[in-house]
Design a protein around this ligand. Structure first.
Ligand code: ADP
Ligand code: MG
Length: 328
């Protein structure tokens, strides 16, 4: 067990005046609000001296990505794209450009089920205030949902929309990306055992006290229950569900995962969990498989290396990708 020096203890006490975290000698654990959700960082302290600094680096990284990619912050680079890219090519940071390329790759892989331009209609939903677009608004704006209308120019590092009313949103991939970035920072700082989550996206490295990590998947219809609690190591795990942000009107559930073909919430599944090597991939795929539905979704996952899925259909029945089904 690590023993903290007096100096390091003092540093931790001073830091804890600004951010709260629990230290039980070996592990640091901290939860905070970012990207409109709860993030949790848990890691084994590699050296007592650098623990507070490392935690702060990870917290800062989450906030940095939020400031860059939030569709709600007018100062974000993403908001600038949404304001201007219909009229002129916009030069953007390499980081955002690369994530747009990755998003386009997932659009191609999923035949358009994953499409960041879903927001051309999606921005009209307000889940907090139970507001949805009218059928007429959906019909008028739907043609703007098309990832092929997002023109990326590698040489100039620019983005341009080919339709006038396109809007993009990285909500289906940015949290996974943020988790990957934070895990990299922890690794760069000598951390071997860690858990990082942002909402339904998490990633683990190493072990938890020499044992496997246990990651719970929420029950889509009972907040108090877990669907399963999985012993895992060295993996990313992302869940997309119709229960996180939703409202009901006339007996219909409207939630935040939009089928690009209809501009309406994707129906057919209650929850999709993806296990994959990177959190960016797991995040994008969980949203994609939710849109694709049971059969197409499982077919996609079964064709991908190192990728597994646990699905809950509209009747609450569980379905697994072939690799997990074989274990049963
Ligand atoms: P959460 O944001 O709760 O972690 P998901 O990973 O499933 O859940 O992502 C849902 C988010 O993905 C939505 O809030 C929205 O920002 C975005 N999104 C919705 N539909 C699509 C889609 N068809 N393609 C890409 N992104 C989408
Ligand atoms: Mg996702």
């Amino acid at each position: 067990m690590y023993l903290f020096s007096l100096k390091a203890k003092l540093a931790l006490i001073i830091l804890s005046l600004f951010i709260s975290f629990d230290v039980d000698c070996k592990w640091i654990s901290h939860s905070f609000e970012v990207m409109g959700t709860q993030s949790t960082i848990e890691f084994e302290v590699p050296s007592e001296k650098i623990a507070p600094k490392t935690l702060q680096l990870v917290i800062d990284e989450m906030h940095r990505i939020d400031a860059l990619m939030s569709p709600f912050k007018p100062t974000s680079e993403l908001s600038k794209i949404n304001r201007l890219a219909s009229t002129t090519p916009i030069h953007i940071s390499k980081e955002l450009y690369d994530l747009l390329v990755k998003s386009a790759d997932f659009s191609k892989l999923t035949e358009g089920a994953f499409d960041i331009s879903f927001s051309s209609v999606g921005y009209l939903y307000d889940y907090r205030n139970s507001v949805k677009p009218t059928q007429k608004q959906i019909e008028n704006l739907k043609k703007n949902i098309n990832y092929r209308s997002i023109r990326l120019n590698k040489k100039n590092q620019t983005v341009k929309f080919l339709q006038p009313l396109v809007k993009i949103d990285l909500g289906g991939i940015a949290k996974g990306y943020a988790v990957d970035q934070c895990i990299q920072i922890l690794k760069d700082n000598g951390v071997v055992n860690a858990y990082v989550s942002a909402g339904g996206d998490s990633r683990i490295i190493g072990k938890k006290d020499n044992r496997l990590w246990y990651i719970g998947i929420k029950h889509p219809r009972d907040k108090k229950r877990l669907l399963v609690n999985l012993p895992l190591e060295e993996v990313s795990i992302s869940t997309s569900g119709d229960y996180e942000r939703f409202f009901e009107k006339d007996g219909v559930r409207y939630h935040h995962i939009i089928d690009p073909k209809t501009g309406d919430s994707a129906r057919g599944l209650q929850s999709v969990t993806i296990l994959a090597p990177s959190s960016t991939t797991a995040d994008a795929l969980s949203t994609s498989v939710f849109v694709l539905g049971l059969n197409k979704g499982l077919k996609l996952v079964n064709g991908l290396a190192d990728t597994s899925a646990i699905l809950v259909d509209s009747q609450g029945r569980l379905h697994y990708s072939d690799d997990i089904a074989r274990l049963e």
